[in-house]
Every structure is written in C-alpha cells, then in structure tokens.
Design a protein around this ligand. Sequence first.
Ligand SMILES: O=C(O)CCC(=O)C(=O)O
Length: 304
Amino acid sequence: MLRVIAVLGKISLRHPNIVCRCLSSCTGESGLVFRPLLEPTHIAKLDSPSPADFSSEVLGRDSDSGDAKLYPRIVTGLTKNWPASRKWSTIGSLLSERTAHLSVPVELGKKNVGYNIDASMTYTGETEALGAPSWQRTDIRFDLFVQLLESGRLEEEGLVAYLSQVSIDEIPPLEEDVQLPLPHTPQLAANPNLWIGSKGTYTPIHRDILGHNLLFQLLGTKHVRLYPPTQYSRLYISTDPFLRNTSLIPFDHSFDRSRWPLFGEVDEWYECIIGPGDALFMPKGWYHSVWALEKSISVNSWFL
Ligand SMILES: O=C(O)CCC(=O)C(=O)O
C-alpha cells in the first residue's frame, strides 16, 4: 500500500559495465512470448561526460530546435567518485552499527510480480486468483532485511523482498555515500531514492512525473524497458487514482496477447541492461519497467 502511496507521491506529487543489447523477443517463464511488431531501439551510451556535454548531448539544451525530443541514454562515470561505488560491494556491506537498528519499509512478494498485480487481475476478470495479496509492504529492521537478502532463502522460494523508492535520507549513513546533486544535474526535483532488492524484483510499467530521471546502478544488474509517451494508448495505463501512471500489464517480459492485444502493437520501445557504474537517463514522461536480474542496489534522482 505504501508503495502505492509512493507512486501517488510521484503523481502529486551487467558486468562489465554496460551491456546494452536489443532483443527481438523474450520468452518468460510462463512460455508466453513478448514480440512487439518492431524491434526495440538501441540505447546509446555516453562515457564520462562533462556537465556541459551532458547538457548538450543528453538534455539537448544547446540545440536550436526548442523542445527537442529527448531519448534514453546510458551514462557512465557519474558515480565513480561516490564512496558507494567502492563500499557497496555486497548487500551485507550496507550493514553497520548505524544502519542495523533502523526500521525500513520493505515490499514482500513473488518474483517477477509488481505492485499492480491485484489491479491487473481485477481488470482481466481473474478475480478467482485473488486470495491473499501476492504483494505487500511491511516495516522491518534493516539488519533483518539484509540477512533475508543475503541468506538466499528468498530465491529458493521464488520470493522477493524490495526496499523500493525509499528516500535516501531515511538511512543517513547510506546518504553519506552518494554525492547528489551532481554538477550535471544541479536542480533536483525531490530527495534521491534507494532501491535495494533481491533477484526478481519487478517494477511494472509506469511513468514518473517529477522530472527527468537518472537511475544509478551500484550493485547487480537490471533489465530496463522504456516506452515513449506516444505509446500511452497501448500500455493499459490504469484509471484508478491509486495506480495512476501505472500499467495494468502484469509483466512486460511475457504477456498474454489475448488479454493485452494493444500492447502487442507497441511500435517504439527501448531496452538495456544496466550494471554497476551505469546511470540510465529516462526523459520525463517516458514509461518504464525495471526487472532485477540479480541482487541489486540502485539510487534514482529526479531533476529539472
Ligand atoms: O529500479 C526499479 O525497480 C524502479 C526504478 C524506477 O522506476 C524509477 O527510478 O522511477
């Protein structure tokens, strides 16, 4: 529920560095195949840009074309001086006397299942499957959360735990390890957020409204798909005020075409895999889904 509130808040509110590839199709565990009409577009990569290069090449700010259409980019080198880049080598490395006792909100659920699952099943009439929630949020001590992730038990059981979109100032020692704002993005739109989770966490297709987004990957790899705002009518965006901005499609890596026929008509989309040292630039208003391929730590910040 709090995640829903967090999403509402948005309303009102791999290794070797980047491996970015285009996949023509992707078969999920259910055997359903995601094969849009067109191939995904390659996301270009920019290595260690200066603030001026970032401004011109990523944000198009010195272009004469006015409101130039912006595109996702993978940017490297932005976090190289952060203590986090050196210190956050495992989930366990986040544990210290200062973090252990903190109470943190954590989402518990099944792997590859997002916070939109119940709304999705209601939409498709699969209400008989709606028993106990397959996704819920609870507050636990940070040391227990870390132990849970490090034990490997979750993965054995097909479950995930995700500390997701938690304002980084809730865990001050971790806030000290990141250096934001960057000179590249001096005007932040909100506090940066932490995302710490097990393999298989899935954030469904949604869009942020607070500004452009940089998703910094510090540990593990994530598979990100992006859809420009022009694809809105094919993404089944919920009209529920609690889920506004979020798609009802349960999992965009494998989906049932008979239930989501318009999604099969998506004709412009992008994808990449980000790993430690990468930051993914997501232009304001672009829809995105994020799937953790490994245990993962990310930080995101919205900026103007
Ligand atoms: O990493 C994730 O699971 C989601 C990140 C995201 O959606 C965001 O930064 O807006």
